[in-house]
Ligand binder design. Sequence first.
Ligand code: NAD
Ligand code: ZN
Length: 388
Amino acid sequence: MHNTTIIKQNFQVSYNYPIYFSTSCFAPENNLIIDLIDNLDENPKILPVIDSAVLDTNPKLNQQLLHYFKYHQLDILETEIVPGGEAVKNDPSIINRIHSRVETDAIDRHSYILVIGGGAVVDAIGYAAATAHRGIRLIRMPSTVLGQNDAGVGVKNAVNFNGRKNFLGTFVPPHAVVNDFSLLNTLQERDKRSGISEAIKVALIKDTLFFNQLYQERYRLAGFEEKAMQQMIIKGAQWHLNHIATNGDPFEYGSARPLDFGHWSAHKLEELSNNELRHGEAVAIGIALDSIYSNKMNLISENDLIKILTLLIDLGFELNPAVLTKLNIKTALCEFKEHLGGNLCITLLNKIGEGFEVNEIDEAVMQLSLLAIPEYLNKLSNLKNKSA
Ligand SMILES: NC(=O)c1ccc[n+]([C@@H]2O[C@H](COP(=O)([O-])OP(=O)(O)OC[C@H]3O[C@@H](n4cnc5c(N)ncnc54)[C@H](O)[C@@H]3O)[C@@H](O)[C@H]2O)c1
Ligand SMILES: [Zn+2]
C-alpha cells in the first residue's frame, strides 16, 4: 500500500489592463501615459525600449519622450534601441541586453518597461520583461497596424528559436496598452496593409457585420484613409480582447486556437520566405487558402469565397508569391500540431462570420486548394476586366 497525501491547490487571479486608443501621446499636456504610472510616490524607474525603424522614421520621438517625462517630473532611463521585425525575435543577444539593463539599472518589479515598436518588438521585449525578476510591468505602445489590432493587445509574448517561430514565450498580460494612431503615419505601405489581414481574420470567424463593413470600406482601407483604418483597428482589437476574456482559455491550455484561422500555413510561409513575408501578408495567404479549402469541403458558398478573395485582392495583398510553391502541407500541419501541443485543431469557415474547428485536414483537398489560388486570381481578374 502506498501512503499518498494530496493537497489540491486552487486559486484565481483576475487580470485587468486598459487599452487606450489616442493620438499624440507624448504631447506634454496629454496625461494618458503618466496616469498609467500608478505608484508615482515610489518614483519608479522607466526603461524605454524602441524599435529602430520607429526612431529612424521619427527622429524627434526620443526627445519628445524625454521631454514628456521631464515635464511630468519623472526620471527616465536611457532609451534602449532594438532592431525591428523578426530580427529582434531571432537574436537572443537582444533579450540578454534587456536583462542586463534590468540588472545594471536595478529595475525592479515596481518599475516599468515602456516598449514602442512593431508586433515583433512588442513580442520580444514582452518576453524579456516577463522573464526578468519573474515579471516587470510592461506598457506596450504598438507602432504598427497589426500591433495595435492584434499582437500588442493580448497576453502572449514570444521570440523565435533556431528558426522556429514563437518557440520560446510566455503568457503574461501587460500593465497597459497605449495605441497611439500618430505612430502609424511613418509606416511603409506594406505594413499599413499587412495588419488589416488580422482584422479580416476575426471578422471571418466571429462577425458577419464587421466583415461586411470591411468589404464596403475596402477602397478606403486600400488608400489607408484614417477614419476607416482607425475603426478597423479598434474593432479588430475589441474582438481579439473579447475572445481572450470570454473563450474560457486565455492561456491556451487546450488545443483549440480559433484565433489562428489561416495561421497554420502562414507560420510556415514566414519561415520559408526567411521572413521576407510579413506576418500579416502570410496570414492573408493563409486566409485565402483555408477559405478555398472550406469551399471545397462544401462548407462556405462560392459567393462567400469570392467576396473574401475580392476583399484581400482589392486591399492589395499578393496571394500567390513564389514561396507558395515551397509549402509542404504535411510538414506545415505537423509543425502546427506540435506548436498546439496536442491534437491538430484547425479553424475553418461555415460561412462568413462563423468559424468552427476540425481535427483533421484532407491533405489532397488542401493541395488542390493551394493549386486553386492562381486559378481564382485569374478568374477574379477576368471578372474585373469584364465589368470595367
Ligand atoms: N503576441 C501575439 O499575440 C501576436 C499576434 C500576432 C502577431 N504577433 C507577432 O507580431 C509580429 C508581426 O508584427 P508586425 O506586423 O507589427 O510587424 P513587425 O514588428 O515585423 O514590423 C514590420 C516592420 O515595420 C517597422 N516598424 C514598426 N513600427 C514602425 C513605424 N511606426 N514606422 C515605420 N516602421 C515601423 C519594423 O521595424 C519592421 O521593420 C510577428 O512576429 C508575429 O508573430 C504576435
Ligand atoms: Zn497572427
